[in-house]
Design a protein around this ligand. Structure first.
Ligand SMILES: *Cc1c(COP(=O)(O)O)cnc(C)c1O
Length: 347
């Protein structure tokens, strides 16, 4: 009774979410700190309001505030350039459903975010996986036309590497590509640069963002896409009518309104990231320079699966990631300084 495509696929496995409270959780790139106190106040205020009513289907309050905040990177932006979703995973689902049909091709890099594969499989589409170079640059193959190629994803900064393909390079890849390019900037707020400016230059560039990481709101589920208004118009047809609830819209609006909180949090995360990289390198790991809130560690002299297991036994969760054909590695989220010290004492 199931569609062939669904029966064949394995499904996405999210990172472990242990129920034990005491675990030091450095495996799913959540923010190390709680969100702006203004977020909690906004949720309380919204909850005291009219929960019996449906929410604003297009999260107008958030889009208005976000447009003001993003104007420094994209002067053309207005609320019509923004589509909100129930986490950016919802946005990625909407994008895939909009552009990719049965038998079509979806392209993404490797090693990268494995959800892209799942989204293609749900559609009954094929995947075209393009490997990064060993130094995490992206070759021209990423832009080469193939039959039925309908959409490409590029996580930038990438996970698990934390590396960035520079905006000029993304622009030239997008210009050469026969299909839209989604630049998944889930970690964009931690990076030195971003690709928002490209959205005005090229209608086929779509940038996605989330409040899960940089705004410390993984528990709320709120993400958004930035694209030219004619693109947003089509995407809006595909989304669920009320895909963001009233409390999430209130929370996200308060969060993006508190830019001093973002700047302060970013500074703390980047300071700890720098220290983590230095100290992990001193312990013999090969650590890639990171522009995200996690670091990617390899070490050909250690069994990293065993290291992951033993850290887990001792109450520290990291993400062990074996990508076939690549050196195995562990991805470690930038925690608080205390959490990082606890990890460093064990490796
Ligand atoms: C965390 C993450 C997302 C999803 O974020 P949500 O908004 O929590 O759904 C998307 N892309 C990448 C690369 C991520 O790491």
């Amino acid at each position: 009774m199931f569609r062939e495509a669904i029966q064949q696929m394995t499904g996405y496995t999210p990172g472990e979410q242990p129920r034990r409270e005491k675990v030091i959780k450095l495996n799913t790139n959540e923010n190390a700190y709680p969100p702006s106190p203004r977020v909690v106040a906004a949720i309380e205020q919204a909850a005291a309001g009219s929960l019996q009513k449906y929410p604003d289907p297009v999260a107008t309050a958030f889009r208005e505030r976000a447009a003001e905040v993003l104007r420094s990177d994209l002067p053309e932006i207005t609320p019509e350039w923004i589509l909100c979703g129930n986490g950016s995973d919802d946005i990625l689902t909407i994008l895939t459903r909009t552009f990719v049909g049965e038998g079509d091709v979806l392209r993404y890099p490797n090693p990268s975010y494995v959800l892209y594969k799942t989204l293609a499989e749900i559609q009954g589409a094929s995947v075209d996986v393009v490997d990064f170079a060993p130094d995490w640059t992206m070759g021209d193959e990423f832009a080469v036309p193939v039959d039925r190629l309908r959409l490409a994803y590029l996580a930038n900064p990438n996970s698990p590497s934390g590396t960035v393909v520079p905006a000029e390079r993304v622009a030239s890849l997008a210009a050469a590509m026969p299909c839209p390019l989604v630049v998944d900037e889930a970690y964009g707020d931690f990076a030195d640069t971003n690709c928002l400016g490209l959205v005005a230059e090229n209608e086929r560039v779509i940038v996605t963002r989330t409040l899960s990481k940089s705004y410390a709101l993984a528990g709320i589920r709120f993400g958004f896409a930035i694209a030219q208004p004619k693109v947003i118009e089509q995407l809006a047809k595909v989304k669920d009518s009320y895909n963001c609830d009233m409390l999430a819209i209130a929370a996200a609006t308060a969060a993006i309104d508190d830019q001093p909180w973002l700047a302060d949090n970013r500074a703390k995360v980047l300071a700890t990231r720098g220290r983590m990289i230095t100290e992990l390198r001193a312990k013999g790991f090969t650590v890639t320079d990171s522009q995200a809130n996690f670091v990617w560690c390899t070490d050909s002299n250690r069994n990293l699966k065993e290291l992951y297991e033993s850290l887990k036994q001792m109450g520290v969760l990291v993400r062990y990631m074996p990508y076939p054909g690549w050196p195995e590695g562990i991805r470690v989220t930038v925690g608080t300084d205390e959490q990082v010290d606890a990890l460093l004492a064990l490796v």
